[in-house]
Structures are given as C-alpha cells and as structure tokens.
Design a binder for this molecule. Structure first.
Ligand SMILES: N[C@@H](CCC(=O)N[C@@H](CS)C(=O)NCC(=O)O)C(=O)O
Length: 305
C-alpha cells in the first residue's frame, strides 16, 4: 500500500524531475502512463479533475505538482536527501523561479525545430490549455524573445553552478532536478539544433552528472490497478491542521483549488487540512472510493465553492 505510483508520460519534463528523484534515492516505483492530452479517464477520478503531469499516488493519497511531490518523496524516503544542508526552501524557490521563467520558452525553442511533427489536435489543445502556440511557424517567430529569456535564466544558473558539482555544492538536490528537466526536454525534442541556440557550455558537465542519477527501478502498472489500490486503501492521517488555512477556510467546507498559471480548471473537494505549505481536499468517486488530494500552496489559489 505504500508503493510509489507515478502517473506520468515519458516526454513530460516535469515528470522527468520526479523520475530523477527516484534515481537519486534509488527507489522502486510503479509507472502508470497517462495520455499527454485530455481526456484522461483513468487519472481524473483520482485527482478530482486535476489533469497535469506528474501526479504521485500512495494508496488513497494523491499528490499534485512537482513542488509538493518532491517534498513528499523526501518525507517518505529521507535518505539520501533531496535537500542537502537543509536547503528545502532555497531548492523550492530555485525550482519555482526557473520553471516559471523557462517552461514555455524552452518548449517553444524545441517546437521551433520540430513543431511540424506535432499532431494538430495536440497543438490546438495546448493553445487552449496553456495560451501558447506550439506550431513551428509561431515558435520560430517567438525565437528572439524566447532566446533572450532562456539566455538570461541560464546565465544565472551558470553563476549558481560556478565551481560546484551541483547547485548547493557536492551533493545533488531538488534544485538540480527542477532546473535540469527543461534542458532535458529541449535536448530530447529539439536536439542539437535547439541546443546550439543556448549558452550551454558551462552546464555540460553538470547536465551529465544529473542525467547519471538515473530513474531508480521503474515497474509498469496498469491504470486500473492503481485505481483499485486507491479504492482498497484509506487516506493517511492529515499532517496539516484542520483549520490552518491562512485565508480562514474551514475544515469540512467545499472549496475550489485552481492553478495560478495554466490549466486553470478548478478542482473541487471538501477541505480536510491546510497550512501555509499544503492544502488537502477529500474527493469521493465510485472507481476510487475516498481519496485525499494534496496540493502545494505556492502556485495554487483556494477559494470557497
Ligand atoms: N507546476 C506543475 C506543472 C506541470 C505541467 O505543466 N505539466 C505538463 C507536462 S510536463 C502538463 O501537465 N501538460 C498538460 C497535460 O499533460 O495534460 C508541476 O510542477 O507539476
């Protein structure tokens, strides 16, 4: 019941950060492949409607967003740590800074090379979901600005790494995984042509060190098996206080949770626990029974529904 089940798809960069966390900790994990676009009929029953990748499931507890998933993996498997020298806040902040700045520029840099190979229905879905146009033509047109943004972010990352093996020193951390994954995506999809547009030389050795962490031991699991595990499990005890919401929301209240950036359809549930770092909602559905769905506070707004 304590097995780590990752709902993800292979080309998802955020999922790559989590796969590397499993590698860093040398963990066994179950891999459930989700479709990269809606409908996601075997994911949304678990998540109350949250559709982004990745999602971590442990029994009847469901963790959304890499900001929270990394911390939850650390809590359950503390060694070796994802947060050397106690740098949990700093690692989270570095990841958030990087992802907000580089996700769309990085994706469009890749699609400026291979956008013509993407099915039109995927382009349309992402346009509606993310407000970005990943056709090759639009991506090429956006290159000057995207290159400016990526060069600026990479310059700061190179300064962080100057003279060090990893961002915080000799040991890898969540900050390394949460920055590396966008560069991984660019390389996987845009290849040498996309990489040539970026000042990556100072990052080369670091990139190889992070890639060498690997993915731990991945075991394939069918989606239905994961849903069955949720249905036969009970959510674990909430660690956040019942009435700890900084905005005054109360335990038992119906709430809507919404990402503050993209894929902003609200997710509804009953508030179970909340504090400054997480919010937990109760969700019930025939295929999964009662599950608790956990979100980080950074990146999500929660309101009474
Ligand atoms: N802030 C989220 C972002 C996740 C995200 O944007 N994931 C992308 C794939 S890497 C996604 O879900 N795209 C839409 C989809 O897969 O339906 C996190 O850190 O997990």
């Amino acid at each position: 019941m304590d097995q780590l089940i990752l709902h993800h798809y292979d080309f998802s960069p955020y999922s790559e950060a989590i796969r590397l966390a499993f590698g860093l900790k040398d963990l066994d994990w179950q891999s459930v492949e989700t479709p990269p676009m809606a409908p996601k009929p075997d994911l949304v029953p678990l998540t109350a409607g949250y559709r982004r990748a990745p999602v971590l499931q442990v029994g009847a507890d469901v963790y959304c967003d890499t900001r929270l998933i990394l911390r939850e993996i650390e809590r359950r498997h503390p060694k070796p740590t994802l947060y050397p020298w106690g740098q949990i806040g700093m690692a989270s902040a570095v990841g958030d800074w990087w992802n907000r700045l580089t996700f769309f520029p990085g994706a469009q840099l890749a699609t400026s090379v291979m956008g013509d190979q993407i099915p039109p229905e995927f382009i349309e879905e992402r346009r509606a979901l993310m407000g970005h146009d990943f056709t090759r033509a639009a991506s090429v047109a956006a290159l000057p600005v995207n290159r400016q943004r990526l060069h600026a972010a990479i310059a700061w990352l190179a300064e962080m790494l100057h003279g060090r093996a990893f961002i915080f020193g000799d040991a890898p951390s969540a900050a390394d995984l949460s920055t590396y994954h966008i560069l991984w995506f660019i390389r996987q999809n845009g290849g040498a042509e996309a990489e040539a547009m970026l000042p990556l030389a100072p990052l080369r050795d670091w990139t190889e060190r992070v890639a060498a962490l690997g993915h731990g031991r991945r075991h394939k699991m069918e989606a239905q098996a994961a849903l069955d595990i949720a249905r036969h499990a009970h959510p674990g005890p909430a660690r956040a206080p019942a009435d700890g919401d900084p905005g005054g929301l109360k335990h038992g209240q119906r709430v809507a949770v919404r990402a503050d950036d993209y894929a902003r359809d609200p997710v509804h549930g009953i508030l179970v626990a909340a504090d400054a770092e997480t919010v937990v909602i109760r969700h019930e559905e025939a295929r999964v029974g009662v599950v608790h769905v956990h979100f980080p506070r950074v990146g999500y707004d929660v309101v009474a529904a």
